[in-house]
Design a protein around this ligand. Structure first.
Ligand code: ADP
Length: 486
C-alpha cells in the first residue's frame, strides 16, 4: 500500500506543536508495518537543511500563483522515512515560523502557501502527476493546511486515490476571503454550503471534512465532542452528519524520544523499577532553576502553549495557596502575554518556589517532565494531548481536566481504580480554579502521606503501552477499509 502523508510540520525537521510529533512518529510506525509511505511538506529552510540526500525529482509548471515549483525528496536521518518537499523560495524560504512572522503576525499569503501544499498533494495522487513510478493509493491529509487536498483531488485532479483527513485541532480552520477561490483555481460552483463555503468564506478545513473519503481525529472522546457546539467551532453540523464515520485514534508517543530510561537530557536515567533515579533528576532540576533543593517539596510541572485552550489561567489564582502549602512550580511555555506576565509576577514573589521560563526549550521540557512530581494540564479542550502521555511515561502523574484525549488516557485515582491498578493520575470534576485546586490537593494527599500508593500510581502509568504501534495498526485498518471501498 502506498500512502502520501501531507502535513505542514514534522518533528525533528520543524515543529510548532503536537501535529509535528504525530507527523514524525506515525509515518515511521506505518513504515515499520510495511506501508510504502512518503511525507509531503513545504520546503521551509529548516527542512531543506535537515533532510539527507535531498534531490530534485520533478517539477510543476502549471501551479496557481507561483506557476513553477520543484519537488525534492530526501530522508529523515533518524527514521529513514522519505520526505518530498515543495521547493519554492518565494513561498517557504523566509525567516520566521511556518505560519507567522517573528512578531506573531500571520503570513498574509498563507492561503497560497497552504493552497499550493494542498494542490501538490492532489496532483501527486492523480493522472497529472509528474512522478510516474510512485502513485499513492491513499492521501492522508492533516489539519487545515492540507484541507483543500480532498477538494482538489475530487473536483480538479480526478484522482483515483482515496483521501483521509485527520483533525488534530478544530480551533484552527484556515478561513479566507472568497477572492482566494479564483486565485487558487477552485471551482466557484462548489462555493456553497454543500462544498467549501463557510459563512461567506473559503474554509480549508471544511473542504477537507466535506470531500475526504474518511475523517479521523486524535482521540475517541474528541471524535464525539467535535460533533457538539461547544467543541465543533461551527463545523459540528457537518461533522455530526458524518457521525459514526469519524474515528478517534489516540496518538502514541515517540518512545525513542520520550523514554526516561534512555533520555540524554537527564542527569540520571530511570525506569519503573529504578524510580530512585527520578529523585536525582528532581534535585538537578531544582538546582538548575534556582528552586530550593528539597526532595519532599511537591514539584508541579507545566510545559505548554499559554493559551485559553490550555486552561493555565486557572492555575494563576490558586498558585500562591499551593506554594504556601509547600509546593513548587516549574513552568515552561509561551503564548498570551497577560498569562506570561501573571506567571512571571508569581515567580518574582516566590523566587525559590516558582520558576517560569518563557520560550521554547526541548531539553528543559524533558527535564521538567522527568524532574517534577506531578504534571498540570487543565485544558478546556484537548484533541489528544501529548504532554500528559509523556507525564505517564516519566512517572509524573498528570492532573487533567476531563476532556478529549485527556479523558481517554488519564484514569482518576479512587478506591476502585487504585485497587485494579488502572489509576495513573488525577482528573478534575470541571474546568474551574476551585476544581483544579481540589484535584491537586487530592494528589498532594497521596504524595505527602502515602509513598507506596504514590509509587503504585507512577508505576501504573509507566508500564502502560503508550507507543505508536497500536495507533498505527488502527490507521492501517482505516486505509485498508478505504482501499476496499468502491
Ligand atoms: P499542542 O499541540 O496543542 O500544543 P500537545 O500536548 O499535543 O499540545 O503537544 C505539545 C508538544 O509541544 C509537546 O511535544 C510539548 O512537549 C511541546 N511543547 C509545548 N510547549 C513547549 C515549550 N515551551 N518548549 C518545549 N516544548 C514544548
Amino acid at each position: 500500500m502506498r500512502v502520501l502523508f501531507a502535513t505542514s510540520e514534522v518533528f525533528p525537521l520543524i515543529k510548532t506543536g503536537g501535529l509535528a510529533d504525530v507527523s514524525g512518529s506515525l509515518p515511521t510506525a506505518l513504515q515499520n508495518l510495511g506501508v510504502d509511505i512518503r511525507i509531503l511538506m513545504p520546503g521551509y529552510p529548516a527542512v531543506l537543511n535537515k533532510l539527507t540526500n535531498l534531490q530534485a525529482i520533478a517539477t510543476f509548471d502549471n501551479l496557481p500563483v507561483i506557476h513553477n515549483a520543484a519537488l525534492m525528496m530526501g530522508t529523515i536521518a533518524e527514521t529513514q522515512v522519505k520526505v518530498m518537499v515543495i521547493k519554492s523560495a518565494h513561498l517557504y524560504e523566509r525567516e520566521g515560523g511556518p505560519y507567522a512572522d517573528a512578531n506573531g503576525l500571520e503570513w498574509l499569503d498563507n492561503p497560497v502557501r497552504f493552497g499550493i501544499l494542498s494542490k501538490v498533494a492532489a496532483i501527486l495522487s492523480g493522472p497529472n502527476s509528474p512522478i510516474t513510478d510512485w502513485q499513492p493509493d491513499i492521501v492522508h491529509c492533516n489539519d487545515w493546511q492540507t484541507g483543500l487536498t480532498p477538494a482538489y483531488m475530487k473536483l480538479v485532479e480526478h484522482s483515483q486515490a482515496k483521501s483521509i483527513i485527520s483533525l488534530h485541532n478544530m480551533a484552527f480552520q484556515g478561513c479566507y476571503a472568497p477572492g482566494w477561490l479564483s486565485t487558487l483555481a477552485l471551482p466557484s460552483t462548489n462555493f456553497t454550503i454543500e462544498g467549501f463555503e463557510y459563512h461567506g468564506q473559503l474554509s480549508f478545513l471544511k473542504a477537507g471534512i466535506f470531500y475526504a473519503n474518511a475523517v479521523t481525529t486524535v482521540s475517541p472522546s474528541y471524535a464525539k465532542e467535535i460533533q457538539t457546539a461547544a467543541f465543533g467551532f461551527g463545523l459540528e453540523g457537518l461533522l455530526s452528519k458524518r457521525g459514526n464515520e469519524i474515528k478517534g485514534i489516540l496518538n502514541g508517543i515517540e518512545t525513542d524520544e520520550w523514554n526516561p530510561e534512555a533520555d540524554p537530557h537527564l542527569v540520571k536515567n530511570y525506569s519503573a523499577t529504578t524510580l530512585a533515579g527520578k529523585k536525582l533528576v528532581k534535585a538537578a532540576l531544582q538546582e538548575k532553576l534556582g528552586l530550593h533543593i528539597d526532595a519532599s517539596a511537591p514539584l508541579l510541572g507545566v510545559v505548554s502553549r499559554l493559551t485559553h485552550q490550555k486552561g493555565l489561567d486557572m492555575l494563576v489564582p490558586i498558585l500562591q495557596k499551593l506554594v504556601d502549602a509547600g509546593c513548587q512550580l516549574a513552568l515552561l511555555g509561551s503564548g498570551e502575554s497577560a498569562l506570561e506576565n501573571a506567571f512571571r509576577t508569581l515567580a518574582v514573589s516566590n523566587p525559590t518556589k516558582v520558576n517560569v521560563t518563557i520560550g521554547y526549550n526541548e531539553p528543559l521540557s524533558h527535564q521538567i517532565m522527568a524532574g517534577c512530581d506531578m504534571f498540570i494540564m487543565p485544558s478546556r479542550f484537548e484533541p489528544c494531548g501529548l504532554n500528559q502521555l509523556y507525564g505517564l511515561a516519566y512517572g509524573t502523574p498528570p492532573i487533567v481536566n476531563a476532556t478529549g484525549g485527556l479523558a481517554d488516557s488519564v484514569v482518576d485515582t479512587n478506591i476502585i481504580t487504585f485497587k485494579n491498578k488502572t489509576a495513573n493520575g488525577f482528573v478534575m470534576s470541571e474546568a474551574s480554579p476551585t476544581s483544579l485546586l481540589s484535584c491537586i490537593k487530592q494528589a498532594l494527599n497521596v504524595f505527602n502521606n502515602d509513598a507506596n500508593a504514590w509509587k503504585q500510581i507512577q508505576k501504573n502509568g509507566m508500564t502502560q503501552n503508550l507507543s505508536w504501534d497500536k495507533s498505527a495498526l488502527e490507521y492501517l485498518a482505516v486505509y485498508q477499509t478505504l482501499n476496499k471501498s468502491a
